[in-house]
Design a binder for this molecule. Structure first.
Ligand code: BES
Ligand code: MN
Ligand code: ZN
Length: 504
């Protein structure tokens, strides 16, 4: 979808539809709404006086202008109470408005961001509008025959700017939000694609789409290279499948040469059957989404490069299937990880931490400034925090604060769980350095404690996205299915780090 910023008066806008905002508690019409109301002989005021439109969050009312204005329809959008307004309300509102436009079967529409509340400012509102629209209109239609696609796609969004200076500010914000939103949709596509078309090899191929400039280098390790490196934890998981594993490495050089990179690691289980510790069949189809962390990593590198962030970044995605084939690894097996530490396999369904163990060890080669991993790691995290919440665990307060702040801004819910030393007792093994499960109690935490054994002293945060990566019920700007959770979060975090650096 095309996004354009145009300078012009809303009363002069010619087109199919224009979204105009209104706060629930503004007693008088203001800005564009006021001007349009005057020009149309009170069409907007009428709706409000009669109580048809109150302006509650994400309320949308369609007003047909019938020749009183050059635009055919005004979509009045409620933004709720001024005091309670934030960017999340904005995203939800604009998403709802965009979906109404699609329901009407229109090919394009405009959004008028006047009046803009003092806070959030014009740039943030522009980003929220673009994100709300692009994310809210996302559909995964690749495997649907054309007739079943439902209402046709909205092809263009025009953002109306009051003057040229505002237009300039809005253009930069819209461009950034477009990059971020398209990265989210790219990740959603990767996750939604079924595992027969998204094998580790396919994922490595799709990773090329993240190598958007000369500043991004893609390397893919195959079986032989992984053997040489001693990645036997990762290779063990892959053994039950005929599909070879891949280790995807994306390096983005946006910072100074030699500057320590942020390394982001994503679990890339293109299908998790549980292996010999086979999962029950109920909802097993959703385990095609067990590469959500990996997809997020590819999307973040892609967007970071497109944004030209002045940082060095490395994205690592260990990609494999977990199947119970004849050569599959088995409970009781002892694996020697790349770090040299040995692991007793208790459950072959606790495979994510095994592939991440070798990826985290590999991350050490880059002398990272920080490591952040994203993984659909444990059902226990979903039990602990619910389906909507990212579980955060890590060893560095500053890094955790940065991610908490970013999550507050993007509306991705995140909550910290502790990783006290005591938990390490639970993964002690009689025969190896550790075992790969710690029992049901504190399952999200013992998984993180396991990962911690492979990061050393590097500042590190683990994000367990098992709950929010896949939605069983749609949300205001996230359709059912793949959410691409973590993409906006990490990009917000990295953009904040870049801004801090510029400020220095
Ligand atoms: N991929 C799953 C975790 C998961 C469960 C993600 C539900 C999304 C929704 C992971 O590999 C797994 O199977 N974890 C086990 C660990 C257990 C065997 C210690 C789990 O959570 O049951
Ligand atoms: Mn599993
Ligand atoms: Zn898994």
């Amino acid at each position: 979808m095309k996004v354009e910023v145009k300078q012009g008066s809303p009363a002069a806008f010619r087109g199919e539809a224009m979204v105009v905002c209104h706060f629930e508690d503004s007693r008088k019409l203001a800005g564009a709404a006021l001007e349009l109301d005057r020009q149309s002989g009170g069409m907007i005021g009428d709706l409000i006086r009669r109580g048809d439109f109150t302006g509650k969050p994400a309320q949308v009312s369609v007003v047909y202008t019938r020749g009183a204005l050059p635009v055919y329809r005004i979509l009045l959008l409620g933004l709720g109470k001024k005091k309670e307004f934030d960017l999340e309300k904005a995203r939800r509102g604009f998403s709802k408005a965009a979906r109404s436009v699609r329901e009407l079967g229109l090919a394009e529409f405009a959004i008028c961001l006047d009046p803009v509340p003092g806070s959030p400012g014009l740039e943030d509102m522009t980003e929220a509008a673009v994100e709300g629209v692009l994310l809210g209109l996302y559909r995964f239609t690749q495997f649907k025959t054309a007739e079943e696609n439902g209402p046709r796609e909205v092809r263009k969004l025009v953002l109306l700017a009051s003057d040229e200076q505002a237009a300039r500010r809005m253009r930069a914000a819209a461009a950034a939000a477009g990059i971020v939103s398209r990265a989210v949709c790219y990740a959603r596509d990767l996750v939604s694609t079924p595992s027969n078309e998204m094998t580790p090899t396919d994922m490595a191929r799709r990773a090329k789409e993240a190598a958007v400039s000369k500043k991004v280098r893609l390397t893919t390790l195959g079986n032989r290279e992984m053997q040489k490196l001693g990645m036997h934890a990762l290779l063990a998981v892959a053994r039950g499948s005929m599909e070879p594993a891949r280790f995807i490495i994306l390096e983005y050089a946006g910072g100074r040469r030699g500057e320590r990179p942020y390394v982001i690691v994503g679990k890339g289980l293109t299908f998790d059957s549980g292996g010999i510790s086979l999962k029950p069949p109920d909802k097993m189809e959703e385990m095609k989404a067990d590469m959500s962390g990996g997809a997020a990593v590819l999307a973040v590198i892609k967007a970071a490069a497109e944004l030209g962030l002045p940082l060095n970044l490395v994205g690592l995605v260990p990609a494999t299937e977990n199947l119970p084939g004849g050569r599959a690894y088995k409970p009781g097996d002892v694996l020697r990880s790349m770090s040299g530490q040995t692991i007793e396999v208790i459950s072959t369904d606790a495979e994510g931490r095994l592939i991440l163990a070798d990826a985290l060890t590999y991350a050490g080669r880059f002398k990272p400034r920080a490591v952040i991993d994203l993984a659909t790691l444990t059902g226990a995290c979903v039990i602990a925090l619910g389906e909507d919440v990212i579980g955060m665990m890590g060893n560095d307060a500053g890094l955790k604060d940065g991610l908490r702040k970013a999550a507050g801004e993007t509306g991705e819910k995140l909550w910290e769980l502790p990783i006290w030393d005591d938990y390490a007792e639970l993964i002690k093994s009689d025969v190896a350095d550790m075992k790969n499960t710690g029992g049901r109690a504190g399952g999200a935490i013992t998984a993180a404690v396991f990962l911690g054994k492979f990061v050393g002293d590097t500042p590190w945060v683990h994000l367990d996205i098992a709950g929010p990566a896949w939605l069983s019920k749609e949300k205001p700007y996230i359709p059912r299915g793949a959410s691409a959770v973590g993409v906006r979060l990490l990009l917000r975090f990295l953009r904040d780090q870049a801004a801090k650096k510029r400020g220095k």
